[in-house]
Design a protein around this ligand. Structure first.
Ligand code: ASP
Ligand code: MG
Length: 419
């Protein structure tokens, strides 16, 4: 039997009527001849409520009990989905993580998959059951305790089942109808993509993160699971939504596929640090230990002069999320007090935003950076820092120009037009 994985997010199972609506979509696939593994999230808002209860009961909670409580939302929707399908005469059975068993590490609250044995589900399908409904987001540790995978984890459950069972596709039903060229709230010209590569999807995290847990995309890329994002509120068919797939499947692609952004960025500059071997390690080691997610890094040329110093000096600039600035400052001051680095001052600019253009076509096309910079120049947007990777060019700019920059780049790369 061909097999599909269908995952329904919180808004798609928010109440009994929506569960019935989702079950109709499952029924349609069964009638097309598929066996189906359904992965469900908790009803929307449920997990937040459970997390709140845990925090209120015990601020420094035991993570094993956090998982015992927080995993329960999915148990409810899994049972209700199985019952709903049975009422529609579809033979269905629900499974909590430990019953499969979905084996994970013991990292409570952030567990990772170890193995998903097929035996139990295969036996049920062989008995004539058409649908296995799996509680997403959870598993069981080697110690036999319930674990959870981190917020948004049921996407990753879905991809892991699709990989383990060789599913034809993994359909992620949510409340948006696909992945867009940019955030439609920033420009009404944003266009839904039919297909996007795994790599681009990972780079477009700012657009996709609310839709897909990043880890699920990484897993899909590793196991080449074709992933489709579509809305459970629309009438859907084989071509609905956006397919996230291997780039080989994308025949024709534009040079740039999307414009991503990150609104709350900060730029930090260490003025006059020594220019010597090991200085970068001495700066970024402590930042990493302090949990600062450093993104862009620029070391300025130091040949200018010694500026009255005995040895060559340079400036080092980097960016990180605004809410990590205090941590970064403390880590750098501690390193300076300990004598491992020295600097004249630390300049902090907390009014930055990052805008990026992303596309696998950049690998084979020159001139993307020039086009990007001239589009920004025409709008009078000043660039503070530039960083590039194989399929992405990012600039740090003043936050107040972020929307304008996204719109200008969306126009400059003709993203409102298909193909
Ligand atoms: N219910 C969990 C959460 O809200 C897992 C999920 O929905 O993916 O994070
Ligand atoms: Mg989600």
């Amino acid at each position: 039997m061909p097999l599909l994985v269908m995952k329904f997010g919180g808004t798609s199972v928010a109440n009994l009527e929506r569960i019935r609506n989702a079950a109709q979509k499952v029924k349609a696939e069964v009638e097309r001849g598929y066996d189906v593994i359904v992965i469900v999230s908790a009803m929307s808002g449920k997990t937040n409520e459970l997390v709140g209860w845990v925090n209120e009961t015990s601020p420094l909670y035991d993570a094993r009990e956090y998982d015992a409580v927080v995993s329960s939302g999915e148990n409810v929707t899994a049972g209700l989905m199985a019952l709903t399908l049975q009422e529609m005469d579809i033979p269905a059975r629900s499974w909590q993580g430990w019953q499969v068993p979905i084996q994970t590490t013991s990292a409570h609250g952030a567990a990772r998959f170890v193995d998903i044995p097929r035996k139990n589900l295969d036996a049920k399908f062989a008995e004539g059951f058409k649908v296995a409904v799996i509680a997403g987001f959870q598993g069981v540790s080697a110690e036999g305790r319930i674990t959870t995978l981190g917020r948004g984890g049921s996407d990753t459950t879905a991809v892991a089942f699709a990989a383990a069972f060789g599913a034809e596709r993994c359909d992620i039903y949510t409340d948006v109808d696909g992945i867009y060229t940019t955030d439609p709230r920033i420009t009404s010209k944003a266009r839904k993509l039919d297909k996007i590569s795994f790599e681009e999807m990972l780079e477009l995290a700012s657009l996709g993160a609310k839709v897909l847990q990043t880890r699920s995309v990484e897993l899909a890329m590793r196991y080449k699971v074709r992933l489709r994002v579509l809305s459970s509120f629309d009438d859907t068919n084989e071509t609905s939504g956006t397919l996230v797939c291997d780039e080989d499947e994308i025949m024709e692609s534009k040079v740039v596929s999307g414009v991503a952004y990150s609104r709350e960025e900060a730029k930090l500059t260490l003025v006059t640090v020594e220019d010597r071997p090991g200085i970068a390690a001495a700066i970024f080691g402590p930042l990493s230990e302090a949990g600062v997610n450093v993104d862009m890094i620029v070391q300025n040329i130091s040949e200018k002069d010694y500026q009255g110093h005995e040895r060559p000096v340079t400036d080092m600039t980097f960016s990180c999320p605004v809410d990590q600035v205090a941590r970064a400052r403390k880590a750098l001051e501690t390193a300076r007090d300990a004598g491992s680095i020295s600097y004249e001052k630390l300049e902090v600019d907390t009014d930055a935003a990052k805008v990026s253009v992303v596309g696998i076509g950049m690998r084979s096309h020159a001139g993307v950076a020039a086009r990007m910079f001239s589009a920004l120049a025409q709008e009078g947007v000043n660039i503070k820092v530039i960083a590039t990777s194989e399929i992405k060019i990012s600039v740090l700019i003043d936050r107040k120009y972020m929307e304008l920059a996204v719109q200008a780049l969306h126009d400059a790369f003709d993203l409102d037009k298909a193909g």
